[in-house]
Unconditional design. Sequence first.
Length: 157
Amino acid sequence: MRIGQGFDVHVFGEGDFVILGGVRVPHGRGLVAHSDGDVVIHALCDAIFGALAMGDIGKHFPPSDPQWRNADSRQFLRHAARLMEEQGYRLGNADVTVIAEAPKVGPHASVMRDNLAADLGCGIDRISIKATTTEKLGFTGRGEGIAAQACVLLERA
Ligand SMILES: Nc1ccn([C@@H]2O[C@H](COP(=O)(O)O)[C@@H](O)[C@H]2O)c(=O)n1
Ligand SMILES: C[C@@]1(CO)OP(=O)(O)OP(=O)(O)OC[C@H]1O
């Protein structure tokens, strides 16, 4: 078994939606990023790369590479899933926490779980999505951005 954790932050900027776990969530601001700014998937990818001891998302998809500009982050997750399989592992479970005052994640968590499970080739019972505010404290509390953290356990396939 292997364990991994990941963390990501993106700052709010212009726009009227954010992408979280592959779901387009209406919001008064967008997220500034090289890709689509999906902090849920970025944290989850880093947890998987960490569990495999294979670097981080920026190593696999350099922010300097124009190829990843506005990229759909789900392709990053499918790449992580392929690496996991090649190394002889499958996902035991993943647990993700979104840290944001807004938007509300709860109403979208079920579709996010469906997306992540589809990309990772596992059942949705292996994917958990949670969310919390920081009670208006810190940068997330001031509504300046969104953070996400993820933990994964990989099992021998
Ligand atoms: N962006 C968020 C933040 C929170 N939730 C849900 O609200 C519950 C209460 O949050 P507190 O920070 O006040 O504890 C939390 O447990 C989530 O269910 C959310 O959906 N989206
Ligand atoms: C995802 C990548 C892709 O170039 O860029 P960003 O969308 O800016 O996201 P970040 O979380 O900073 O991770 C780095 C990059 O791999």
